[in-house]
Design a binder for this molecule. Structure first.
Ligand code: GDP
Ligand code: FE
Ligand code: FE
Length: 187
């Protein structure tokens, strides 16, 4: 089964805690896919692979960005931002995943982007609300996800941008593009 193949590929690349998080994202993404009429196997694959590059060496990731012509804006950012795009690149080159929707769901799982697909929203939201996540406001996000995918996406990107501003962290332009897109559509 593909699920077992991908799970055994990611397990040695991350600490136990991150693996447990990944299982949580997988289960949450599958249930959102069923609820909102998305392909649950695609959701499963994207969820399992979404953090595959989370613990990859930062310099190696920067080199991959350069050598493979990934978004040039990535060059100045750390692994928090790099692991999505590099993860998508690994999914494509190492696991031969060709489904662009799955690749984009991995690529943009941290920042979101303008014009996200249903699968991309599912992975972004599942990553934030999976059962092992514990932060103030997560219950509100879970409730929102049980009601409406777009409203939940808006609540999640707003939460993320608010957190970044409150902790005085630089915001990657693609995260802002996502925020602007979502708040104009779902006011
Ligand atoms: P994780 O990989 O499962 O821990 O979750 P994510 O991939 O969603 O996020 C990784 C980290 O990136 C989190 O600490 C987020 O707060 C952070 N992050 C998300 N968007 C941005 C951004 O635009 N700028 C910065 N500096 N960090 C961000
Ligand atoms: Fe991540
Ligand atoms: Fe994650």
């Amino acid at each position: 089964m593909e699920r077992d193949k991908y799970l055994s590929a990611i397990k040695p690349r991350m600490p136990e805690k991150r693996y447990i998080h990944t299982i949580g994202v997988m289960e949450t993404a599958i249930s959102l896919a069923v609820k909102y009429g998305e392909d649950s196997t695609a959701a499963e694959t994207a969820a399992i692979l979404h953090d595959i590059a989370k613990y990859a060496d930062e310099d190696w990731m920067r080199q991959m960005v350069k050598e493979n012509g990934l978004d040039a804006r990535l060059a100045e950012w750390g692994s928090e931002i790099l692991h999505g795009p590099v993860g998508a690149w690994i999914a494509e080159t190492e696991f031969n995943i060709t489904n662009e929707d799955i690749l984009n769901s991995i690529r943009f799982h941290t920042t979101g982007r303008a014009g996200m697909s249903k699968l991309e929203k599912i992975i972004y939201i599942a990553d934030m609300i999976e059962p092992n996540r514990k932060f103030d406001g997560v219950e509100h996000l879970r409730k929102s996800a049980s009601e409406d995918l777009d409203i939940a996406m808006k609540a999640c990107i707003c939460h993320s941008i608010r957190f970044l501003v409150n902790t005085e962290q630089p915001i990657y332009p693609v995260s802002i593009e996502c925020f602007n897109d979502v708040i104009s559509k779902y006011a």
